[in-house]
Design a binder for this molecule. Structure first.
Ligand code: UFG
Length: 326
C-alpha cells in the first residue's frame, strides 16, 4: 500500500516507518521537524510541512491509500502548563489533517493514541472497555481525536484503528535510532544517562505508593513491537476491518525500582538516584490488558524488559559517542 506517515521522524513514527517498509509498503513522511529528527527519515520521501498545511497535504495525499498519524505534542507535564499548545497541535491541526484526508480518496487511518485516555484506572489490567477519564490535557486531546475518528467513520466511511500505547520504550535493535527527546523526561533514558554520568542522578518519583515495592508500576512496550502493531492495524483495515481502539502493552507491570535494577544489570554500572514526591497526577500503577489487540491483529510483543533495556543502552552509548547530536 502507499501510506503517508505524519510525524514519521519522531520516536514511534520512525520505528513504524521501518516496519512498514520491511512489510513492503511504500512510505512517504510528513513531518515539520519541530521535535522529529531528519536523519530518522533518511531514505524516505520527506515532506517537511505541518499537518495543518492543507495545500501541501492535498498533494502529499495524492495516490495514498492510508494515513498513519503520529505528529503530536506528547509531554503530559507540558500539557498541564500549556494546554493551548496541545489543543492547537493535537486537536485543531489534527482535524485539518482529517479534512485533507476526507478530501482525498484515502479511507484508512491509524492513530497514535495513549493509555492516558484512561486517567487513573479503577481496575487493573486496563481493558479497552475501562472508563475513559483523562486526568491531563494531553490525554483529553487524544481522546477527543478518537471521538472525531469514530464519528467520521460513521459519517464519512473513514475506517480507523486508534492504538493506545502504554509506555513506549527501547530502541531499534540495529542501533540506528532510539529515544531522543529535548528535554528528556522518560524514565529509561534518564536512568541510563544517570548510569553513564551524562545526566544528573535519577529522581524516583514516589517510593511509598500502594505497590509491592512502593514505586510506580508501568507497562513498558518496545517501540519496534509498537511499529509492528501499526503495520498489522493497517493490514486489518485493508482487509475490511471496522473502526476500533486497541491497547498496546505487554500486560506486565514493571516498577521504577525494577527498572533501576535492570538498568544496572545491563549497563554494568550503578544508577545513582534519590527519592522525591510522586509527580502530580501520576497513577501508581498502569498496565494493559492487550488481549483484544492480540486477537484482532494477531499481534504478540516480542521484546521483554531486558531486551528493552539492552537496546536502549546500545542507543545511549551511540548517542554519547555522537555527543547527543544526530
Ligand atoms: N519516573 C521517575 N523518574 C523520572 C521519570 C519518570 O520516577 O525521572 C517514573 C514516573 O513517575 C512513572 C515512570 O517512571 O512512574 C514512567 O515515567 P515516564 O515519564 O517515562 O512515562 P509516563 O508513564 O509518565 O508517561 C507515559 C507516556 C505518556 C503517556 C503516559 C500515560 O510517555 O505519553 O505514559 O500515563 F501519556
Amino acid at each position: 500500500m502507499r501510506v503517508l506517515v505524519t510525524g514519521g521522524c519522531g520516536y514511534v513514527g520512525a520505528h513504524t516507518v521501518r516496519e512498514l517498509s520491511a512489510a513492503g509498503h511504500e512510505v512517504a513522511i510528513c513531518d515539520n521537524l519541530s521535535t522529529g529528527h531528519r536523519p530518522f527519515g533518511e531514505g524516505y520521501r520527506l515532506i517537511e510541512a505541518d499537518i495543518a498545511n492543507q495545500d501541501v497535504l492535498a498533494k502529499a495525499l495524492d495516490g495514498v491509500d492510508a494515513v498513519l498519524h503520529f505528529a503530536a505534542s506528547a509531554y503530559v507535564g507540558e500539557s498541564v502548563v500549556n494546554p493551548r499548545k496541545y489543543i492547537h497541535n493535537n486537536v485543531e491541526s489534527a482535524l485539518k489533517l482529517l479534512d485533507a484526508v476526507l478530501a482525498s480518496p484515502a479511507r484508512l487511518f491509524v492513530f497514535s493514541s495513549t493509555c492516558a485516555v484512561y486517567g487513573v484506572p479503577r481496575t487493573l489490567p486496563i481493558a479497552e472497555t475501562a472508563p475513559r477519564d483523562p486526568v491531563n490535557p494531553y490525554g483529553a486531546t487524544k481522546l477527543f481525536f478518537e471521538h472525531a475518528l469514530a464519528a467520521y467513520s460513521v459519517a464519512h466511511g473513514l475506517r480507523s484503528v486508534s492504538l493506545r500505547y502504554f509506555n513506549a520504550a527501547g530502541a531499534h535493535p540495529d542501533g540506528s535510532m532510539g529515544e531522543l527527546h529535548t528535554p528528556e523526561t522518560h524514565l529509561i533514558p534518564l536512568a541510563l544517562q544517570a548510569a553513564l554520568g551524562v545526566a544528573p542522578p535519577l529522581t524516583i518519583f514516589g517510593n511509598n505508593l500502594n505497590t509491592p515495592d512502593g514505586t510506580c508500576i508501568r507497562d513498558y512496550i518496545h517501540v519496534s513491537d509498537l511499529g509492528r502493531a501499526h503495520v498489522l492495524a493497517l493490514e486489518y483495515l485493508a482487509q475490511g476491518g471496522r473502526t476500533t481502539c486497541l491497547n498496546l502493552g505487554t500486560g506486565e507491570g514493571t516498577s521504577v525500582a525494577q527498572i533501576v535494577l535492570a538498568a544496572e544489570r545491563i549497563s554494568g554500572r550503578k544508577v545513582p538516584y534519590s527519592y522525591a514526591d510522586p509527580r502530580p497526577g501520576d497513577p501508581p500503577a498502569l498496565y494493559a490488558d492487550s488481549a483484544l489487540a492480540q486477537s484482532v491483529l494477531g499481534w504478540r510483543p516480542q521484546f521483554d524488559i531486558s531486551a528493552i533495556l539492552s537496546t536502549a543502552w546500545n542507543w545511549e552509548l551511540r548517542l554519547q559517542a555522537m555527543n547527543h547530536r544526530l
